[in-house]
Design a protein around this ligand. Structure first.
Ligand SMILES: Cc1cc2nc3c(=O)[nH]c(=O)nc-3n(C[C@H](O)[C@H](O)[C@H](O)COP(=O)(O)OP(=O)(O)OC[C@H]3O[C@@H](n4cnc5c(N)ncnc54)[C@H](O)[C@@H]3O)c2cc1C
Length: 337
């Protein structure tokens, strides 16, 4: 048996959870066709029943639903208590969920509660006994194989590691209410209010004619002033590497690459981006690339149409200043003779 923590968004079951279900189904097949169960938390009245049809198409046989005051807002420890309860009810030997901030946090709590290791951000698995997962480490820069011989095995699935896809054959999903004992300490860290985020602008990035990119070389969230200004001066958009979004320096909708947006601008200016294959996958269609990097041998520099070897914090402001100067000259017109 496999139990999957399912996260919900405005459209129902989140895409990352559907991706996780796909990997869980493959794992279930490897285990001789064991059932896949799901758990939703804090769903409003009747929502679990509405989701049953969709989840049946993704191979979920039983959907557990934990509701009540304790689940009205997100509290990692309370969610973990529910997942442990669902796992016991299902007799699951594998507990998994999407490698989202919430998914990883809840699964880490689960692993601590039942005293087993947890593998975060798996992209593939090999065998079930013992279960070996390949997982992303160092912000996705490297892959590590990790054996999970303990039962239950606990791991999360990295976003976009697999494509969400319904099962070949739909199954009937039964919904079961789960009664969970949540203790007061489980609710000490919880979400007390939420603010709407910035609107998703990844569409703007995908259609931009100019993209100014920045990677780890930006050095931190404060290192984007120059690239933002350059993007604005050129009427373009900012695009970033995954390191940048993983570190929380910039929002995910700005990420370029295999697990971000694919761009095809007339001009791409990657600054402080090494050009790892996963980043290149998203920018290879750019018509002209002007790379700025301190390392002349970085893959992005060797593949670029033009390369400037230098510190982006010096080169980018110098370009901005020159553009501003030329703009001033052209708007004022030539000096009087
Ligand atoms: C399954 C998977 C999916 C992935 N998907 C993506 C994806 O969609 N997009 C993506 O970007 N990555 C993705 N990655 C991660 C990818 O492998 C790289 O880790 C990432 O692209 C590296 O980001 P970076 O170039 O910013 O950082 P680094 O590789 O650390 O490179 C930083 C660069 O900055 C340069 N530098 C440092 N300081 C300065 C300075 N002051 N001025 C100028 N240059 C400087 C350095 O010389 C270096 O070349 C994925 C990885 C995996 C495993």
């Amino acid at each position: 048996m496999i139990i999957v923590l399912l996260e919900l968004d405005a459209d129902g079951v989140a895409e990352t959870s559907l991706e996780t279900l796909r990997l869980a189904r493959d794992l279930a097949t490897e285990g001789g066709g064991v059932p896949v169960h799901g758990l939703v938390l804090g769903a409003a009245d009747g929502v679990a029943e509405e989701l049953a049809d969709q989840l049946g198409k993704h191979g979920v046989t039983t959907l557990y639903s934990a509701r009540g005051e304790a689940f009205e807002s997100y509290a990692a420890a309370a969610w973990a208590a529910a997942l442990v309860e669902a796992r016991e009810r299902a007799g699951a030997v594998v507990i998994t969920g999407a490698g989202t901030p919430r998914g990883n946090e809840v699964l880490a709590h689960v692993a601590a509660r039942i005293d087993v290791p947890m593998a975060a951000n798996a992209v593939a698995f090999d065998g079930l006994s013992p279960l070996t997962v390949t997982r992303q480490v160092v912000s996705g820069a490297a892959l590590e194989e990790m054996q999970l011989p303990q039962r239950p095995a606990v791991f999360s699935v990295a976003g976009h590691a697999v494509e969400a896809k319904p099962a070949d054959t739909a199954t009937a999903t039964s919904v079961e209410e789960l009664s969970v004992q949540v203790d007061e300490p489980d609710l000490r860290a919880r979400v007390v209010s939420t603010e709407p985020g910035a609107p998703d602008q990844s569409g703007d990035l995908q259609s931009a004619r100019v993209v100014v990119g920045a990677g780890r070389g930006a050095g931190g969230p404060e290192g984007f002033a120059g690239v933002s200004e350059l993007a604005e001066l050129l009427g373009g958009q900012v695009g970033v590497s995954r390191v940048v979004t993983s570190l929380g320096w910039r929002p995910h909708h700005e990420q370029v690459g295999q697990t971000g947006s694919r761009i095809n601008p007339d001009l791409y200016i990657p600054c402080g981006i090494s050009g790892a294959i996963q980043h290149w996958a998203g920018c290879a269609s750019s018509k002209t690339i002007l790379a700025i990097n301190t390392d002349a041998e970085a893959p992005m520099m060797t593949k670029a149409s033009y390369a400037v070897v230098g510190d982006m914090h010096e080169v980018v402001p110098a370009i901005n200043e020159e553009i501003r100067r030329r703009h001033t000259v052209s708007t004022k017109g030539p000096p009087p003779a």
